[in-house]
Design a protein around this ligand. Structure first.
Ligand SMILES: *[C@@H]1O[C@H](CO)[C@@H](O)[C@H](O)[C@H]1NC(C)=O
Ligand SMILES: *[C@@H]1O[C@H](CO)[C@@H](O)[C@H](O)[C@H]1NC(C)=O
Ligand SMILES: *[C@@H]1O[C@H](CO)[C@@H](O)[C@H](O)[C@H]1NC(C)=O
Ligand SMILES: *[C@@H]1O[C@H](CO)[C@@H](O)[C@H](O)[C@H]1NC(C)=O
Ligand SMILES: *[C@@H]1O[C@H](CO)[C@@H](O)[C@H](O)[C@H]1NC(C)=O
Ligand SMILES: *[C@@H]1O[C@H](CO)[C@@H](O)[C@H](O)[C@H]1NC(C)=O
Ligand SMILES: *[C@@H]1O[C@H](CO)[C@@H](O)[C@H](O)[C@H]1NC(C)=O
Ligand SMILES: *[C@@H]1O[C@H](CO)[C@@H](O)[C@H](O)[C@H]1NC(C)=O
Length: 389
């Protein structure tokens, strides 16, 4: 019953993605823009080595969902959050949420001497869903209050950072294995400015069965050059989202007229696998095996008999535009990502890595864990170097 979510604000939509074969859901929404309540302040303490934040793989054996710690208030109250490149703000449960956030740590404003209420409340409603537990009406909703307080991530200290306290939420959120979400969309430039850091961060996730299994790291204000060897190759991003432009998808070196075209793809560290529009997903699956079929029990998902998985080559390469002066390059998802494991209700059927979405293309950890990634807000570009670990 573990799942993770991403308030994906890419193109003003929010994506709520889940771990494989869990109580799955995917949702879209838009949330009101943050009021102009963020303070621009000078960082009070910062050690360069402390810009690295350790990430933990929550789902042992899946390597698809990661979280880290941050702290809020004076004295500090600790929270675990998903660092989510698909969303734009920080949300943690507040004590006002009470039983509705019973499984999560709750921020207590009365215990912080530096807390400020910004007197602005809002609601996020998740709009469109697929999965075994679909979004229906307002069954995925969070009430939020905008506040400000000390924010510490790693050794970075923002004396007055704006964030949201969750004051109520529908019971659909109760199984969250982490407390909150810290958005790291390109709109988070204010956070880096408040922290006195360059507006760039690096992310390092590691595949299971690799040399560094279980290790993960977020670097704020730069990249950790000890975690990759080959120079980063950069692709420009568009639409104020982590959205480089794909120039074509190849499956085992083959493409089709459906796949050989130019379209933006969003990279989302809060999404476990991959979501593509139906025609793209079907075209990829057709090139892997005609026996990959939709699983009607979990709308949007596909699968194939588990005993077929080891025999199927499924190398997916996606070509991306390069920044000026640098050529296009491929990012490659190895065959080992084809299966995300058996479906709970049909153990002989293994879930394959791509879900069908309603109108957008999102890539998560299936690819991100195979590259060190640089997320360059100021440079409006993303960088990739193969993960040697
Ligand atoms: C994952 O495995 C590690 C080491 O075996 C263990 O310490 C940790 O508690 C596990 N985490 C979860 C969420 O099961
Ligand atoms: C918060 O986390 C830090 C670092 O892990 C730890 O030293 C501290 O004791 C924690 N504080 C609380 C109140 O749990
Ligand atoms: C926001 O919601 C909280 C918790 O429900 C409430 O105490 C507060 O009065 C609300 N603030 C505004 C400005 O509506
Ligand atoms: C795909 O759908 C399944 C079932 O609804 C879910 O478990 C999985 O997390 C979804 N994957 C993504 C990337 O949303
Ligand atoms: C919290 O949300 C639930 C719906 O999930 C609603 O029934 C309940 O009335 C809300 N509580 C408050 C205090 O707004
Ligand atoms: C932003 O990028 C420009 C050039 O691309 C550079 O001159 C400037 O120093 C950068 N600003 C910050 C805050 O990193
Ligand atoms: C990407 O991979 C495909 C298939 O292997 C190949 O045809 C294409 O030339 C590659 N693109 C680049 C820029 O290397
Ligand atoms: C892909 O499309 C480009 C331009 O539209 C074309 O030049 C190229 O031959 C196509 N490649 C394949 C393998 O179909």
């Amino acid at each position: 019953m573990l799942f993770s979510l991403a308030l994906a604000l890419a193109a003003a939509t929010a994506a709520l993605a889940t771990a494989p074969h869990s109580d799955a859901k995917f949702a879209l929404t838009s949330i009101p823009s943050t009021p102009d309540a963020r303070r621009t302040v000078v960082a009070t303490s910062r050690a360069s080595s402390g810009n690295n934040v350790k990430l933990f793989d929550y789902f042992n054996g899946t390597d698809l969902q990661w979280y880290g710690q941050l702290s809020l208030g004076t004295p500090l109250q600790n929270f675990t959050v998903v660092f989510d490149t698909g969303s734009v703000s920080l949300e943690v449960p507040g004590v006002a949420c009470g039983a509705a956030c019973a499984n999560q740590r709750q921020f207590d404003p009365s215990k912080s001497s530096t807390f400020q209420d910004e007197d602005y409340n809002t609601t996020v409603t998740f709009g469109t869903g697929i999965g075994v537990d679909p979004v229906v009406g307002n069954n995925w909703e969070m009430d939020l209050a905008f506040v400000a307080d000390v924010l510490v991530v790693g050794d970075i200290n923002v004396p007055l950072g704006g964030f949201f306290l969750i004051t109520n939420q529908t019971s659909t959120f109760l199984p969250d294995p982490f407390d909150g979400i810290m958005g790291l969309s390109p709109d988070m430039g204010d956070f880096f400015a408040d922290a006195g850091l360059p507006a760039i961060f690096g992310m390092w996730f590691t595949p299971k069965s690799g040399k560094a299994e279980g290790a993960g790291e977020l670097t704020l204000g730069g990249v950790d050059t000890t975690k990759f060897k080959e120079p980063l190759l950069y692709s420009p991003i568009v639409n104020d989202a982590w959205q480089p432009t794909s120039q074509g998808i190849f499956v085992n070196d083959k493409t089709t007229s459906t796949l050989n075209k130019t379209f933006p793809i969003t990279f989302d560290s809060g999404t476990s696998n991959i979501l593509f529009v139906e025609e793209t997903a079907l075209a990829i699956y057709n090139l892997i095996s005609p026996d990959i079929v939709a699983n009607p029990d979990e709308p949007g998902t596909f699968g194939i008999a588990c005993d077929r998985i080891p025999t199927l080559p499924a190398v997916i390469s996606i070509q991306f535009a390069g920044i000026p002066g640098q050529g296009s390059f491929n990012l490659t998802i190895p065959s080992s990502e084809l299966s995300s494991g058996p479906f709970t209700n049909k153990p002989e059927l293994c879930q394959t890595l791509i879900n069908v979405s309603e109108g957008f293309n999102l890539i998560g950890l299936s690819l991100l864990k195979h590259y060190y990634t640089a997320w360059d807000i100021n440079g409006t570009r993303m960088g990739f170097s193969p993960n040697g670990f």
